[in-house]
Design a protein around this ligand. Structure first.
Ligand code: 3HC
Length: 714
């Protein structure tokens, strides 16, 4: 075949370059292995095998990356032939040497394609990995059998069970990559292909021929049984409650115990078991929920192609823990930041705390010294509002008091240029009211970061009544640049996350008065899957933080029990870790929480005073359901009110801001898993046994029972 006889089977094409056939895949955005791609590969491979003029084959991709995996959107639908393992078996068995030309993110099925080829050429910074466990899966097309043969057991166990990719440079050292190609920014893709073709000729010239990974031996030692044991224990801790990583270890162990074909068959069975599990459904929901959040729903996106405002210089008001973390977020992506404080002393303290946090990142190997100094130099302190005249955006992170915020916004309105965006990091206050203190309410919105702001992935972008589309879209794009999962939400007390969290915390507080201990509640929620229990979280963040806001909350007049347990702690000076005691007592050296029976006496006395009957047989299930059903019910209300526009947005918020277990997909997804009818039945029980003020079933849940609809799809 000559170059003009290209055999185009969209989206895969075959083109001969001399005696090398190039199979080229083009399936935007990430060249996922959809049904059409699998068919195309098989067809091109057959043609190249048949063609006597072809002596070797290069598999390459067009676009921003080599194949980034199986097409996740096809999971859950009937699987169409050819199945991926069969496609890869054909690559493996091909009689002509096959070379993969790798760049971008070579993930999952994409990495399995590469491992099924006979040689691998890669751009130096290519990232390669098997992240299937992050989707509740294991590699399902030979990854668990091939990688240990090439990279060794330790490396395979690490990459597959943790799902973290490595660079081509690192994998070159482990024998996975045969040739590294230095990045050539002028034409990376073209030069990579050229190098891969040259490599193919070298293979032919030196007579190396095909080299099937499937036929390689795995290097093992007597201690491999111990090695698997260690990994099972390690993963049980690291991926608490998740089934896929343990299945992945079983599959890798099979690679040692069984011949390749049998090991591959067992891997496929385990893959299908994982794929059809509720955990994988939830984790795939989480994947798409996070990406969907970045796309504004119609109600916020009325004018297409709104030009975004350039954000080059920003300012942060307040150099406390929150303000400092926000300043770090901006500096991390190269934006220069003016950090404003009221006094030189506060400023010096704030800047020094930022340096300490960057130092910690340095000692963990997350940044190097040059990056540390660059980032510090981007943050310039000031006590003078006039220095903010030229910034494009300000984030205010001062005290949670309306009068303070209004004063700051009024000043900002006077000193900042007319098109500067003014954002508040308030957690609870009414942003419409804050905006009224300016003459540019269309440029005011919320940027609600979560502590520690430089680490937590969530950013609630709160759209106030007057916020215009340009401002909202500019801040959503900025959130993406900061590496955040940004979710657009509306204004109400606590927005989406904290409003729901207050229902969850309210039940934890109520249970304390009813006789449950802090440890009983926290253990129940950890066993359920939360990263930390609610009361330990409260001790960590400081019980006094929301105290003042709670005293001003109108609910307190109707309900003296509302967060009473927390208020009792604050009134006794037990503010949490910072005072050495809160719901727990803290060892001054280890900072580890210790059970403190004395708080139970305080709660029992208060319960007696307020007429709450104490029970000492509160079950783990009751604790879990009361806290989680309260979340679900409030989430459903938030959706009906339009504060969140999509259930998946609520899930993205809870997964990224509140330690909600990813394998349960977020509260809305979890409600479907439990069954909306069961959730509603639970709510009715709690209404009868508890405080009828809160336990009213959200109308949306009642409607979904009748329509048999899914909450997560609202
Ligand atoms: N299948 C289908 N769609 C995918 C996809 C996949 N594997 N990977 C990404 N996409 C889609 C996203 O949904 C998004 O679509 P949208 O624009 O309509 O929202 C688009 O591609 C771009 O994705 P991102 O916004 O995430 O783009 P980034 O540039 O930030 O990241 C990426 C690119 C690193 C490839 C990231 O998308 C990613 O990590 N993807 C998942 C990779 C993965 O998990 N692969 C394994 C799949 S399972 C598997 O292969 C099983 C096998 O063993 C049998």
């Amino acid at each position: 075949m000559n170059p003009s006889q290209s055999n185009k089977i969209a989206p895969v094409t075959l083109l001969n370059r001399g005696s090398i056939a190039v199979i080229s895949i083009e399936n935007a955005p990430v060249n996922a292995l959809s049904h059409a791609v699998r068919e195309g590969i098989v067809s091109c491979l057959k043609a190249a095998e048949k063609d006597n003029g072809v002596k070797a084959i290069v598999v390459s991709c067009v676009g921003s990356t080599f194949i980034a995996g199986a097409d996740i959107s096809e999971f859950g639908q009937p699987a169409l032939e050819p199945h991926l393992p069969d496609v890869l078996a054909q690559l493996d068995r091909c009689s002509k040497p096959i070379i993969a030309a790798l760049f971008g993110t070579v993930l999952g099925g994409g990495f399995e394609v590469a491992l099924s080829c006979h040689y691998r050429v890669a751009l130096t910074h290519t990232k390669l990995g098997l992240p299937e466990v992050t989707l509740g899966l294991i590699p399902g097309a030979g990854g668990t059998q091939l990688l240990p043969r090439l990279a060794g057991l330790e490396m395979a166990l690490e990459m597959i069970t943790l799902g973290k990719p490595h660079t081509a440079k690192k994998l070159f050292d482990h024998g996975v990559i045969d040739l590294l190609v230095e990045e050539d920014s002028s034409l990376a893709e073209g030069s990579l292909l050229k190098q891969a073709i040259l490599f193919a000729y070298t293979i032919l010239d030196t007579g190396q021929g095909v080299r099937r990974v499937s036929q390689m031996n795995i290097e093992t030692s007597d201690s491999h049984v111990e090695l698997f044991d260690q990994w099972r224990k390690k993963i049980a801790k690291k991926a608490r409650g998740q089934k896929a990583p343990q299945c992945a270890i079983d599959a890798i162990e099979n690679a040692v115990l069984l011949p390749f074909e049998e090991g591959k068959k067992c891997e496929r069975d385990l893959f299908i078991k994982c794929r059809d599990s509720s955990q994988s459904t939830a984790m795939r929901h989480a994947f798409f929920a996070e990406r969907r959040a970045a796309k504004l729903p119609e109600c916020y996106d009325k004018t297409q192609n709104t030009p975004l405002l350039p954000i080059k210089q920003v300012a942060v008001i307040g150099a406390g823990t929150m303000g400092g973390g926000i300043a770090m977020c901006f500096a991390n992506v190269g934006l220069s930041v003016k950090l404003l404080e009221m006094s030189e002393d506060n400023l010096a303290r704030g800047l020094s705390a930022i340096r300490t946090r960057f130092d910690q990142a340095l000692s963990r190997g997350l940044i190097n010294e040059v990056q540390l100094e660059q980032r510090m130099s981007l943050i310039v302190g000031t006590c003078d509002y006039e220095d903010l005249a030229d910034v494009d955006l300000v984030v205010e992170a001062a005290f949670e008091t309306m009068a303070v915020k209004q004063q700051i916004f009024s000043t900002l309105d006077q000193v900042c240029k007319v098109d500067a965006i003014l954002a508040t990091n308030t957690s609870y206050l009414d942003i419409d009211e804050i905006a009224q203190s300016t003459s540019r309410s269309h440029k005011v919105l919320g940027m609600h970061f979560f502590t520690p702001a430089n680490i937590m992935k969530l950013l609630e972008v709160v759209c106030a009544d007057d916020t215009d589309e340009q401002t909202l879209k500019t801040v959503m794009a900025l959130g993406k640049k900061l590496g955040k999962v940004s979710v657009a939400v509306g204004v109400c007390y606590g927005f989406v996350g904290n409003r729901m969290y207050s229902c969850y915390g309210r039940e934890a507080n109520m249970l304390l008065l009813e006789g449950a201990s802090p440890d009983q509640i926290d253990t129940a929620m950890r066993n359920w899957g939360m990263a930390m229990g609610p009361l330990a979280v409260n001790d960590m963040s400081g019980i006094d933080i929301a105290y003042k806001a709670r005293q001003e909350n109108a609910i307190l007049k109707q309900d003296p029990l509302y967060f009473r347990a927390s208020d009792l702690m604050v009134e006794a000076g037990r503010l949490g870790q910072k005072t050495g005691m809160g719901f727990y007592r803290y060892d001054s050296d280890t900072k580890k929480p210790q059970i403190d029976e004395s708080v139970l006496v305080v709660f029992a006395k208060e319960a007696l005073k307020l007429g709450v009957l104490q029970r000492h047989n509160i079950s783990q299930e009751e604790i879990q359901n009361r806290l989680v059903f309260a979340l679900i019910n409030e989430g459903a209300r938030i959706l009906s009110e339009g504060i969140a526009t999509r259930a998946s947005d609520i899930d993205a918020i809870w997964l990224n801001g509140y330690g909600f277990p990813r394998h349960l997909g977020g509260p809305m997804c979890y409600a479907d898993e439990v069954g909306i009818d069961k959730v509603v039945a639970g709510i009715k029980v709690y209404q009868e046994q508890g405080n009828g003020l809160y336990w009213h079933t959200a109308e949306l849940l009642e409607r979904l029972i009748i329509s048999r609809g899914k909450l997560s799809q609202q």
